[in-house]
Design a protein around this ligand. Structure first.
Ligand code: NAD
Length: 502
């Protein structure tokens, strides 16, 4: 961390205004392909963060009463603004995060889908009504907003994940305080600016920046009613416990180790193409990346072809046309990933493809690791136990589908998995027996579209309800059940000393 200087500064969004932080703590936002300093991001002061929460609390008093159609129309406008600015958003994202420009557009697009979903809030925030549950008694539910909600997001999807959170929270009538990743906050800020342009009123969306102190303030603040977190298992577990202890609703989507299971009857070329894309795309920095392959039976013979395909991927800066694998987000991530590769070698895994120190002409300072494949990986090895979060694929073997299922189920994580097969019976057996939240059948990265919810499970998730889809409407609202009776004028009723509704 260093003092602010002439490099542009990332602003806070408080009470509808973009403001310069008065903090003395700043961090550089660095282009991972070039090490160019793009901006400095503040670690907001406690006063600034409290001002953001106070603004959200004030705004809630009017926003909660704003008609649902008015809320929906803001998101209709917002989705158009995101579309109109797609190229600019992708360029900012690639510069600060590293992923390729087409993948950066994908990152924005998957968030845009949630904004479109938020525009349909009129159909989503419907209560239930039961007529005549007792004599002249009707019961119905109201789904009412909670108040100030907060979001804490990771570096790897700096557009999509903030858009998983604040549009649905705000569309359901809440106000929001967002804390983006301090590693790449610039595209998130551009999205916040566009949200203001779409008509989100002052105070309804606030953005603060920082690290652990900002996260802990969110967990503890008595005026914040719910927290959505996406990030690592270590931090998510801390957030879940600390914010729950403070009486908040909490949902935490966390780390992963996603297995692809390959049966020998799968369409070979299609499967190998899918596997290579899902393992090495975004340099493996996706929570739904396939980081482990389980080759079943005769599919074990496919390894050499997989390695050959992986070698064809082009490692380069995300801005260069034809790039498949961009840089890792930071020098620290590069050290961590190369350290884990070294540990894999030392622990006896077979390095079938070594992607360390690739030659990337013109971007020699970038944090690059090329596709790396380990064969003969055993469950006790560090490269299997830890989430590498880099372009490193562990290949394991199984005799039968059931053996593969047992291996996947024994891993603590339950984010995503995929089976490749031509057999409907095998696919059905897999879907029934696998203990993972999101299952792909010949779909390598089965992230659901927003008509459904993101449904990671076991150690990949804490909290009952997932982001977006129908579940998040429940997460961001309190169900109030109203039981009402209207008497006819001449009906005087009678004294009822029982609990029964009569
Ligand atoms: P991270 O946990 O380091 O950071 C997430 C957020 O927590 C950031 O906003 C960061 O500022 C904050 N934070 C970091 N350290 C903290 C601390 N000690 N105390 C309090 N807050 C802290 O995660 P990351 O490296 O940005 O993102 C990668 C991780 O996110 C991977 O584990 C990946 O699997 C996971 N992820 C999960 C999903 C999912 O849906 N399950 C989606 C995307 C990413």
């Amino acid at each position: 961390m260093s003092q602010a200087n002439a490099v542009p500064t990332v602003k806070l969004l408080i009470d509808g205004k973009l403001v310069e932080s008065t903090t003395t703590q700043w961090r550089e936002v660095v282009n991972p392909a070039t090490q160019e300093v793009l901006a400095r991001v503040p670690f907001a002061t406690a006063e600034e963060m409290n001002a953001a929460v106070a603004s959200a609390k004030r705004a809630f008093q009017t926003w909660r009463k704003t008609p649902i159609g008015t809320r929906a129309r803001i998101f209709l406008k917002y989705q158009q603004l995101i579309r109109d600015n797609m190229k600019e958003l992708a360029a900012i994202l690639t510069a600060e995060q590293g992923k390729t420009l087409p993948d950066a557009e994908g990152d924005v697009f998957r968030g845009l889908e949630v904004v479109e979903h938020a525009a349909g809030i009129g159909n989503l925030q419907l209560g239930e009504l039961a007529n005549n549950v007792a004599n002249a008694v009707d019961t119905y539910t109201l789904l009412q907003p909670l108040g100030v909600c907060a979001g804490i997001t990771p570096f790897n999807f700096p557009a999509m994940i903030p858009l998983w959170m604040f549009p649905m929270a705000i569309a359901t009538g809440n106000t929001f305080v967002l804390k983006p990743s301090e590693q790449d906050p610039m595209v998130t800020m551009r999205l916040a600016e566009l949200a203001l342009e779409a008509g989100i009123p002052a105070g309804v969306l606030n953005v603060i920046h920082g690290g652990a102190d900002a996260v802990n303030l969110i967990c503890d603040h008595p005026d914040i009613k719910a927290v959505s977190f996406v990030g690592s298992t270590k931090v998510g577990t801390h957030v879940y416990h600390r914010a729950s202890q403070a009486g908040k609703r909490v949902q935490c989507m966390m780390g992963a180790k996603n297995h692809g299971v390959i049966l020998p009857d799968a369409n070979k070329q299609q499967t190998l193409n899918n596997l290579v894309g899902a393992a090495f795309g975004a340099a493996g920095q996706r929570c739904m990346a396939l980081s482990v392959l389980v080759l079943v039976g005769e599919a074990r013979a496919w390894l050499p072809e997989l390695v050959e395909k992986a070698k064809t991927l082009k490692v380069n800066a995300g801005t260069e046309q034809g790039t498949d694998v961009g840089p890792l987000v930071s020098c620290a991530a590069l050290d961590r990933v190369t350290g884990l590769i070294q540990r894999g070698v030392e622990e006896g895994a077979e390095l079938a493809l070594d992607g360390r120190q690739p030659n990337v002409s013109g971007f020699e300072k970038g944090n690059f690791v090329g596709p790396t494949i380990f064969a003969k990986v055993k469950p006790e090895m560090s490269i299997y136990r830890e989430e590498v979060f880099g372009p490193v694929l562990c290949v394991m073997e199984a005799e039968t589908l059931d053996e593969a299922i047992a291996l996947v189920n024994a891993n603590p994580n339950g984010n995503g998995t995929a089976l490749f097969t031509r057999s409907g019976a095998a696919a059905r057996h897999f879907q029934e027996e696998i203990d993972v939240g999101q299952v792909g059948i010949n779909v390598p990265i089965p992230v659901p579209v927003p008509l459904f919810s993101f449904t990671g499970s076991r150690a990949s998730k804490l909290g009952d309800l997932g982001p977006y889809g129908k579940q998040v409407v429940q997460f961001y609202t309190q169900t109030k059940t109203v039981t009402q009776r209207w008497f006819d004028e001449d009906d005087v009723g009678g004294i009822n000393t029982t609990i029964t509704l009569k």
